[in-house]
Ligand binder design. Structure first.
Ligand code: ADP
Ligand code: MG
Length: 906
């Protein structure tokens, strides 16, 4: 449908919501209006923006600027979900069998077990879900808007129609709107249009094509909006969730939330589904295989029971119980829960992990590639020296220095008022240097308005601005940037420049060159909006000063690098700074390896880079695209690479890296989106801490797997073994269910929250192998066998004794098996080191739950009502001693094995 410009204009009462779509502005052809007409329609003064009151009423009327998400599952559904497993079906089947034979006690117990199981599962999943939800809210995007005449940062959800939003390279457009100011603005709209090349934006109104012409059939026509101009052609508008790749812009917001283009495109955006992590997949598979083993064992148990003439209902019930005990149903859940809880703990320590899978990858990281500025250094820049390069002989020393600084003060986006600074620390350091020398910045900027600019870009490494010049035909150029780059554009460059530069860089200073010049006004006007053409005008400049800026290394980074080295992790510095500066700081930090530049990387073939990359410690003067090659070369060498980045152009490298790490404070929205982890403190040490957490969580999951599987094997061995050797079934169904609760319940759960071991960062990174190695499986089988043999041994030993009869022997077997699990829990936590180590006592929650299990077991055999339920009999103190002695066998055998392997590997 076509709406003429007049029609669109006649709807200027549009601030009142239309009846058709409550709370939303009617569609409007904003691209056809001039900037001033758009501002008039919205009644907005762009230098003032909305008032607080205006923002509030609009917020009430139009709602939050959010896209609808798939509805969250309510808690009761999460609870019901717990009953949707195969195992539960088995249990319910068991309860039916028990009910049929009139065994009310078993029905009640099975019902209770079902409830307890579901409750435990629910609590765990609920905790996992809410800690992940908390993470998402920590990463919620922000937007900068002008309200009451001041620029403030607000939650992007609070943006309303009528807001003036300010965006720059790397930012996300918070909502749809009409561009009212653009400077070299390019926007990547691929999320909306599929077109991958960024769109150059401008502010002029678009002229409507003559009405008799055919509509443009090549581009997607958006029938929902008031014109047929395709989104990609509305070059004076910006759209929600697209990103600025270059320059900056101010946007008059016209629609928010679900009435934006992206909101209409996707009526319902479901939450990004978290896929299974590699570990979860592995365990899922493992669980399925074990379920098969369990099914075989249950069948064997049942058949043997029948052959031996046991009662059908008892055998059926025991089979159900065996199935419950033998199937490691807790495995996948415990991974999710352990990772989710781990992730929320990591967030408290400054590392927000966006995908659970990244936690595992973090633990196997073998190379960390880190930015220098702000990550390895404090990003607290201060000008240490100003070397004057121009000879203004009329001025005295101090004034000469101040004059030489001027280009750096003009070509500057920073803000310094009193103690508060806003903007790039490199730039605010220059402003402070100006203030220290008595410059009135406000006055300076008032009398030198900015007419055009080339924004700073990590690839070009210079920034240029144009100001009113000496006469009407000429403009003043102010430029600052990397010395080697800017010096080429200056006519007064002498060998002294590089001498100074090397001397300053050798002291670890960041050296910035400042220059001024003139350009013809007509040339600048002709190049307006095109940064490449504007940059080409910045030639034949006069170098005014070299500025040495210090940025001290973070004190904790040095230690963190040492820890990384001990943990077999290489650390590489990647920086846009000069090689000499970078090397000086690398040395201070203890980074190993030689230094190369981006140009060197460019000159290398992929093979050359691959063969050399491991020996290089410092990559200087790199452009973002080099980062991608560095990641790929390392990965080709089999390294697991963590890579930091903050800029717009870092996204490909962040996505490619095994763990892409974005900076929470200085990073762009784009980099945060591409990353799998965001550092809230931008600190290198936090990365190393996160690796330690990743390793610990992996270890804990392995502990849990080893504990649960050996217990499963022990239960299978005891029950099936009894049938084979002709002993009575050692445990009742209820007893088996009780043991299963111990295995899946609190003691096992506490293994997930084990603190880091002392040696966690003294090992080399683990390879990406399977969790259940042949060796581990062997150990599990031995431990399972010890538990089964010990339990059956006790049963066989006590049975002929007349003292307590069969009931007593069975109570002994049951108790011994439970005691086995207590010791097995301790053994499982110590895979390679001895149990007799202070690390055994680091997890107080485990000890509390083991104590609780012990008390419950005492109640089970001594407290009459529970005795009735469990079918147990009183034990004497000497019996308990026997149970403890036999039950601890699992530790002794395990210790002997560890001693043996230790002496063999020595
Ligand atoms: P890094 O963050 O690794 O130190 P950058 O890419 O930020 O590197 O900077 C690379 C070089 O570009 C710096 O060494 C400096 O010479 C120059 N530079 C940095 N920031 C600016 C800026 N705002 N304006 C002009 N030049 C800059
Ligand atoms: Mg930087």
């Amino acid at each position: 449908m076509m709406t003429s410009q007049d029609d669109a204009l006649s709807e200027s009462s549009l601030i009142t919501p239309s009846g058709a779509s409550p709370g939303n502005l009617p569609p409007q052809a904003w691209e056809l209006h001039s900037v001033s007409s758009a501002l008039d329609i919205m009644s907005i003064d762009p230098s003032h923006g909305l008032s607080d009151e205006g923002a509030r009423t609009r917020r009430d009327r139009y709602g939050p600027n959010r896209l609808a998400e798939a509805e969250k599952r309510p808690a009761w559904m999460l609870f019901l979900d717990q009953f949707r497993s195969f195992l539960i079906v088995v249990l319910i089947g068991g309860a039916v069998v028990a009910g049929l034979v009139g065994d009310l006690k078993d029905v009640i117990v099975i019902g209770a077990v079902l409830l307890i199981n579901a409750t435990l599962g629910f609590i765990q999943e609920y905790r996992a879900e809410s800690s992940l939800a908390a993470l998402t809210s920590m990463l919620s995007p922000t937007a900068r808007v002008r309200r009451n005449g001041v620029v403030t940062e607000i939650d992007a959800a609070e943006v309303v129609p009528g807001d003036i939003a300010l965006v720059e390279a790397g930012d996300r457009v918070p909502a749809d709107g009409r561009l009212i100011v653009t400077a070299a603005c390019e926007i990547d709209e691929s999320s909306l249009t599929g077109e991958s090349a960024p769109v150059q934006k401008q502010t002029d109104a678009i002229a409507l094509p003559p009405t008799d012409s055919e509509p443009d059939t090549n581009s997607a026509i958006d029938t929902n909006s008031a014109t047929d101009i395709a989104i990609g052609d509305r070059i004076n508008c910006a759209f929600m969730n697209t990103t600025l790749t270059r320059g900056r812009a101010e946007i008059l917001i016209t629609s928010t939330g679900m009435s934006t283009e992206i909101g209409r495109l996707a009526e319902l955006l479901s939450d990004t589904v978290q896929g299974q992590t590699p570990l979860q997949k592995q365990l899922d598979q493992l669980g399925k295989r074990l379920a098969l083993v369990a099914a075989g064992a249950v069948t064997l148990f049942f058949v043997l029971g029948m052959v031996r003439g046991q009662s059908l209902s008892d055998t059926l019930l025991s089979s159900v119980a065996l199935a419950v005990a033998a199937i490691p149903e807790g495995l996948p859940a415990v991974v999710t829960v352990t990772l989710a809880i781990g992730v929320s703990q990591m967030a408290k320590r400054g590392a927000i992990v966006k995908r659970l899978a990244s936690v595992e990858t973090l633990g196997s990281t073998s190379v960390i590639c880190s930015d220098k500025t702000g990550t390895l250094t404090l990003n607290q820049m201060a000008v240490r020296e100003v070397v004057v390069m121009s000879d203004d002989s009329e001025l005295a020393g101090a004034d000469q220095e101040t004059a030489a600084l001027f280009p750096g003060l003009l070509c500057n986006d920073g803000r310094v008022t009193g103690d508060t600074t806003i903007g790039d620390p490199t730039e605010t350091a220059l402003l402070r240097a100006g203030i220290d020398r008595g410059v009135d910045l406000d006055e300076l900027h008032r009398s030198n308005t900015r007419l055009a600019e080339v924004p700073f870009d990590g690839a070009v490494k210079v920034m240029v601005t144009f100001h009113p010049g000496p006469d009407d035909d000429h403009l003043l150029i102010a430029a600052k940037g990397a010395t080697d780059v800017l010096a080429r554009r200056c006519r007064n460059t002498t060998p002294a420049v590089s001498q100074h530069m090397e001397r300053m860089a050798g002291r670890g200073e960041r050296v910035l060159a400042l220059a001024r010049g003139t350009a013809r006004r007509s040339d600048v006007d002709a190049a307006a909006g095109d940064p490449d053409r504007l940059l080409s005008l910045a030639v034949d400049l006069e170098l005014t000063a070299l500025v040495g800026i210090v940025d001290p290394p973070r004190p904790e980074a040095r230690d963190a690098i040492a820890v990384a080295h001990r943990a077999g992790i290489a650390v590489k510095m990647i920086t846009g700074d000069h090689a000499i500066t970078a090397s000086a700081i690398a040395q201070e930090l203890g980074i190993r390896g030689r230094a190369v530049t981006g140009a060197d990387v460019e000159a290398m073939s992929s093979d050359e880079l691959r063969s050399q990359v491991n020996d290089i410690g410092v990559f200087a003067r790199v452009a973002p695209e080099h980062k991608l090659r560095i990641v790929e070369a390392l990965q080709d060498n089999g390294e697991v690479v963590a890579m930091t980045g903050d800029g717009v152009n870092d996204a490909p490298a962040l996505k490619r890296a095994d763990v892409g790490i974005a900076m929470g404070i200085t990073g762009t929205e784009v980099s945060k989106e591409a990353a799998s982890m965001v550092l809230t403190d931008d600190n290198f040490a936090t990365i190393v801490g996160a690796v330690e957490s990743g390793r610990t969580l992996y270890d804990n999951i392995v502990t849990f797997v080893r504990f649960q599987l050996s217990t499963n094997l022990g239960a299978i061995g005891s029950l099936v073994g009894a049938q084979i050797v002709g002993l009575p079934v050692p445990f009742t169904a209820i007893q088996v269910l009780w043991v299963n609760l111990i295995m899946d319940g609190p003691p096992a759960m506490t293994m997930g929250v084990d603190p880091p071991r002392r040696n966690t960062m003294d090992r080399s990174p683990r390879g990406s192998g399977a969790i259940l190695t042949a060796r581990r499986l062997g150990v599990l089988m031995i431990n399972g066998f010890v538990m089964a043999a010990g339990t059956l041994g006790v049963l066989a030993w006590f049975r002929p004794e007349s003292r307590g009869g069969e009931a007593h022997a069975l109570a002994m077997a049951f108790t011994t098996f439970v005691v086995f699990q207590l010791f097995n829990a301790l053994a499982a936590r110590a895979e390679t080191r001895s149990v007799f180590h202070r690390d055994t006592f680091t997890n107080s929650k485990l000890w509390i739950s083991l104590g609780a299990v012990t008390l419950l077991q005492i109640a089970a055999v001594h407290f009459n009502p529970v005795q009735q339920l469990f079918g147990t009999a009183d034990l004497a103190l000497s019996d308990w001693l026997v149970a403890v002695a036999v039950g601890s066998m699992v530790i002794w055998v395990d210790e002997a094995r560890k001693l043996l392997t230790r002496s063999m590997t020595r």
